[in-house]
Ligand binder design. Structure first.
Ligand SMILES: *Cc1c(COP(=O)(O)O)cnc(C)c1O
Length: 340
């Protein structure tokens, strides 16, 4: 099977498993796991923040960040496709009692002007208190779109003027870095907190790290415990994260090249209505026959290729470590033979 559903399907390699088996461990709830501490410190330093917190998932790092930045009744600003709203089980509302205001966006990216216009007047008791802005980079619903850092810096200035926190859902931040060429520290700087996933393109089986200031992470550690996310000898999985940081960063560019190759082949197929611009490892395209997605996916599956439906009439392909050039060529040949 060629599995293009997500970059989360990657299995740990024998070398990664060996690193996991050899990891030094301790009780991380007691703060005694040297491998977890090394991973937290490494990512915090890389993104220019004081401290890090290792968690079981990107949903957990995001939800903890929201919980620390806000109080019940507060409001956060983002766009309607954002993972924290759309794919985290209603967690913003259920875990933190916050409401959400959506701003207009271009494939998940919005402007500082739009943020400023969405902020409620803090002196008006009728309104929810705006507290937090969320930026997702790369943006999943936007087809892996990459933010322009200068717009993020303008949003930071708006947040400063209105005492708002700024969080980055950086599940695929290393994919964004591979495109824009900036350093993690440059990308970490405008944000109060950043969530980084190790189990997407980096190929670890589990784990995300939240970075921020010391007081922020101290509070996040309490919330992680409250959410049931304190883990004991977690070094055994954190070791996979360290291994991924050592070995799997430089190859993300290959995923992007392969995604672009898929996207340009799709552009020439008679049954494809449109292909969203592809900058990273995500390809989103629409079929002319909107209702035909389930049938199309079934035909693909029968030919040994799996993908995901992605909203009305749309399909998503994600490239990753286990998709090599041969898999791309076979996928393209199969797509060319299909009629949707
Ligand atoms: C995958 C992902 C997450 C986190 O997902 P988990 O499965 O909980 O690790 C968060 N944000 C985005 C944009 C993602 O793609």
């Amino acid at each position: 099977m060629i599995d293009l559903r997500s970059d989360t399907v990657v299995k740990p390699t024998p070398a990664m498993r060996a690193a996991m088996a050899a990891a030094e461990v301790g009780d991380d709830v007691f703060g005694e796991d040297p491998t977890v501490i090394a991973l937290e410190e490494r990512l915090a330093a890389l993104f220019g923040h004081e401290a890090g917190l290792y968690c079981s998932s990107g949903t957990q790092t995001n939800q903890i960040a929201i919980n620390v930045h806000t109080k019940p009744g507060d409001e956060l600003i983002g766009e309607e496709g954002m993972h924290i709203y759309r794919y985290e089980g209603g967690g913003i509302m259920a875990n933190s009692g916050c409401s959400v205001k959506f701003v207009p966006n271009d494939r998940g990216r919005f402007t500082a002007t739009a943020v400023e216009a969405a902020i409620n007047n803090a002196a008006d008791n009728y309104l929810a208190r705006t507290r937090l802005v969320n930026i997702e980079n790369t943006n999943n619903r936007g087809g892996g779109s990459v933010w322009d850092i200068s717009e993020v810096q303008r949003i930071r200035a708006v947040c400063d003027r209105h005492s708002l926190s700024l969080h980055m859902d950086g599940a695929r931040i290393f994919n964004a870095l591979a495109v824009d060429g900036r350093t993690p520290a440059e990308w970490g700087k405008p944000f109060d907190s950043v969530s980084i996933c190790l189990s997407k393109g980096l190929g670890a089986p589990v784990g995300s790290v939240l970075v921020g200031s010391k007081p922020f992470i101290q509070e996040a550690r309490r919330v992680r415990k409250r959410f049931g996310g304190g883990m004991r000898q977690a070094g055994i999985i954190a070791a996979a994260g360290l291994f991924a940081m050592d070995h799997n960063l430089d190859r993300l560019k290959e995923d992007h090249i392969r995604a672009r190759k898929l996207a340009s082949a799709l552009q020439h197929l008679p049954y494809v209505e449109s292909v969203a611009p592809t900058g990273t490892n995500i390809v989103v395209f629409r079929l002319k026959d909107e209702a035909g997605v389930p049938r199309f996916l079934e035909k693909l599956r029968n030919a040994g290729i799996i993908a995901l439906a992605f909203g009305p009439g749309a399909v998503r392909f994600v490239t990753h470590m286990e998709i090599d050039d041969a898999a791309i060529d076979r996928t393209i040949a199969t797509l060319q033979k299909l009629s949707a």
